[in-house]
Ligand binder design. Sequence first.
Ligand SMILES: NC(=O)c1ccc[n+]([C@@H]2O[C@H](COP(=O)([O-])OP(=O)(O)OC[C@H]3O[C@@H](n4cnc5c(N)ncnc54)[C@H](OP(=O)(O)O)[C@@H]3O)[C@@H](O)[C@H]2O)c1
Length: 275
Amino acid sequence: MAAAASGEELRLGCIGAGKMAQGILGGIILAGKVPVSNITVSAPSETNLEYFRDKGCNTTHSNIAVLYESNVIFLATKPHIIPTVLEEIKSSVTNNHVIISMAAGVSLQTLEQLSPPGAKILRMSPNLPCVVQEGAVVFSRGSCAEQQDSDMLKNLLSACGMCEETPETYIDIHTGLSGSGVAYVYLFAEALADGAVKMGMPSALSSRIAAQTLLGAAKLMLQTGDHPAKLRSDVCTPGGTTIHALHELEKGGLRATVMSAVEAATQRARDLDRR
Ligand SMILES: NC(=O)c1ccc[n+]([C@@H]2O[C@H](COP(=O)([O-])OP(=O)(O)OC[C@H]3O[C@@H](n4cnc5c(N)ncnc54)[C@H](OP(=O)(O)O)[C@@H]3O)[C@@H](O)[C@H]2O)c1
């Protein structure tokens, strides 16, 4: 089991029980990082709590109860709910708590302003593949969080995929690249499979092949460490099929469109903090 930042036994809490809470805590539970009896999750309705109850975690409708039961607390509500939640729990946050927000766009400065002085706060940006332990997570430390808090979080999140501590300026960019990026990849996968359907392949088979193509291409990129431009050029036989297809993608402006998508999502994440 991971050691709590304070050296005490790690007792994990999560305020919000939706998709990301299930992804992050699901990975932590699967890896056996924390016993389920040490995990408490809150949400206003029963909709998502059942997932955690089925796993043996404690569930509650009281966010304050999560503070009493836990020393490491994830904030997993939508970004616009974060101020309400922090206002609600503020008087119960102590020096023994480490608070980790996964809300897109909400800056460490905002989180610290909404918390009592001296609160240990970290901010992380996850993505959906955390659900299958293939996530890409980055995080940054607030002014009062220490190296041991980073080490504790890194250890916990190693259950969810890759996890790196970065300067906070990269966190909104990570949202544009990876948090939202998962959706761009699905759009591309759908188009890839639809192209095959258009040419006569059954939909289920083309979807499976599209997914495996993305998986294989990603694995090769990670394992070789090569720049994608090099890997792409390796597939291009002069005068062959791939270069003809790439010409079509260039005519459609794929590269510029994807760059604009990352820029738009990053900018939107930055704007969320000012609402
Ligand atoms: N999904 C992604 O791919 C992704 C990627 C990166 C970052 N994030 C971030 O992760 C966070 C959660 O996103 P999500 O997709 O998991 O959202 P979600 O599925 O809608 O889950 C939100 C959860 O918050 C709960 N909630 C609402 N009001 C609350 C309150 N006042 N107190 C306590 N809990 C409350 C909801 O309760 P009910 O169960 O009762 O509805 C629900 O369990 C967001 O801030 C988002 O920016 C998500």
